[in-house]
Design a protein around this ligand. Structure first.
Ligand code: ADP
Length: 479
């Protein structure tokens, strides 16, 4: 069995402990043994990053462009192979996985360009003969803690801006998907960065994650994951005066109005709710439908959900891959039970799917006749489970859409300019989608939410520099 080590200070470093990376489509398939770092190794990685930040922080925009561009080019060249690895370890379908790898490449290309575009400002002082310069500097060492649902895109959209703006990085990926993070790091290791600029410490949140969070040497922490962990990390980082950025959950609404194009609305709902096995923080889990289109919508979405083909992530016929692991599978099934107990009507799915091999296969669950108060409409499931809420009109739909602790992505299907305009303005979410699924975003614009979904500066696009740089204001008297 192949063993995969941590990457610290420009060296591949063995660990005392290794964990199996198991394919959720086929539990007999072990992808490899991945290092589980100790606290000491986490410290070594932070120290290496601190050393490298002096060197890399002084690099030129051309050095930064060259490194990021080289990483991007190799990601593109190896997209099919990396996509297969991603599908095998995470369970999203091969086209979804290859698409995610391409996205990682696009992000590195984008931030290669951003490295060249970083500018400051020159301002006249209020005092005579004095100029004021406003410049941006790297933060120093950035800690990155990433989840399992986008094993290469999320590490990419945190590492790329971090190094484009001259920082060094310690990344701790989710244990379930160390393979993609390791492959990305291996590509990065040959990009000409100074030793220690990017360090990979695989392992548990409790051991490695907590060291990153606690270290005074880590100037900023960017985290994507669950609400509970995110809030705990925020409190610790803020208490020690560090910068923090969190992307957490969603309970994203998709509003369907009477005048919506039925095919578009059903397509947005099915795509947004169930693709990537519903394991996206932008998934549409609450489908809010006005009464004039309700019956036609239910008939069509039920048929399309029932027809979804669940199977092995790497089988070309599969539309919905397995749930990522046993714990998540049990969480999904538990929410199905709670919804049934609370009176929601299950029209299809919600059971284990038999796919001929041992894996965490679940038939997408669609509930109707649900009310906003039900648990299923309050808590994030993070699986192929969606519920429909019937409402009278647009105003009620908007109210229900905003009635959540989260605020990541909010969608509406309508042909009305009046309602779509109003929704764009009044939706309490970081992202609004009109006639598009709540999931599926561009890579060159900001990503993030409000309320319980996010905290701190936006990720991605040129807005990323707010988090990955610090501003300096210099005064110069021409004496
Ligand atoms: P999920 O439930 O989706 O796995 P988590 O929030 O538990 O979400 O995990 C997201 C990331 O946070 C993972 O890389 C995980 O290892 C890490 N993590 C979990 N617990 C901690 C912790 N106490 N401190 C730092 N990182 C943690």
């Amino acid at each position: 069995m192949d063993k995969f080590d941590n990457y610290i200070g420009g060296q591949w470093v063995a660990a005392d402990k290794y964990v199996e990376n198991i394919n959720p489509s086929d539990l007999s398939d072990v992808i490899g043994l991945y290092a589980s770092a100790s606290k000491e190794q986490a410290h070594e990685a932070i120290d290496a990053a601190e050393k490298a930040s002096e060197v890399w922080g002084a690099s030129t925009p051309q050095d930064r462009f060259n490194a990021l561009d080289k990483i991007a080019t190799e990601i593109f060249e190896r997209a099919a192979e990396l996509g297969e690895l991603l599908a095998r370890e995470e369970g999203k379908t091969q086209p979804e996985a290859t698409g995610e790898v391409m996205r990682a490449g696009q992000i590195f290309k984008f931030f290669a360009g951003e490295a060249l575009r970083l500018t400051g400002e020159l301002v006249d002082s209020v005092r005579p003969e004095v100029d004021v310069e406003i410049t941006r500097e790297p933060v120093g060492v950035i800690g990155l803690i990433t989840p399992w649902n986008f094993p290469i895109a999320i590490p990419a959209w945190k590492i790329a801006p971090a190094i484009a703006y001259g920082n060094s990085v310690v990344i701790k990926p989710a244990e379930l998907v160390s393979g993609s993070a390791w492959a990305l790091t291996e590509i990065i290791s040959r990009a000409g960065l100074p030793d220690g600029t990017v360090n990979l410490v695989m392992g548990s949140g409790r051991v490695v994650g907590e060291e990153i969070v606690a270290s005074e040497k880590v100037g900023a922490v960017s985290f994507t994951g669950s609400v509970g962990t995110g809030e705990m990390i925020r409190n610790k980082v803020v208490a020690r005066g560090g910068k923090i950025q969190l992307e957490m959950g969603g309970k994203n609404p998709l509003v369907v109005l009477d005048d919506a194009d039925l095919d578009t609305a059903v397509n947005c709902a099915v795509q947004g709710a169930f693709y990537s096995t519903g394991q996206r923080c932008t998934a549409s889990s609450r489908i809010i439908v006005t009464e004039g289109i309700y019956d036609r919508f239910i008939e069509k979405i039920s048929a399309e959900t029932e027809a979804l083909r669940v199977g092995d992530a790497r089988d070309a016929n599969t539309q919905i891959g397995p749930v990522v692991d046993e714990a998540q599978f049990n969480i999904d099934m538990n929410y199905v039970e709670i919804a049934l107990k609370e009176g929601a009507k299950l029209v299809c799915g919600g059971t284990k799917a038999d796919c001929g091999k041992e894996g965490y296969y679940m038939k997408p669950a669609l509930f109707i006749d649900t009310t906003p108060e039900m648990t299923i409409n309050k808590e994030e499931v993070f699986g192929p489970v969606a519920s429909v809420i019937k409402v009278k009109d647009y105003e009620e739909a908007l109210k229900v859409a905003n009635d959540t602790e989260f605020g990541l992505s909010s969608g509406i299907c309508t042909k009305s300019l009046k309602y779509s305009r109003d929704f764009k303005r009044r939706a309490k979410a970081g992202m609004v989608m009109v006639n598009l699924p709540t999931a599926g975003v561009d890579y060159h614009v900001p990503f993030g939410g409000r309320k319980g979904s996010s905290y701190g500066n936006r990720e991605q696009g040129s807005y990323a520099k707010e988090f990955y740089t610090i501003v300096k204001t210099s005064y110069i008297w021409a004496q």
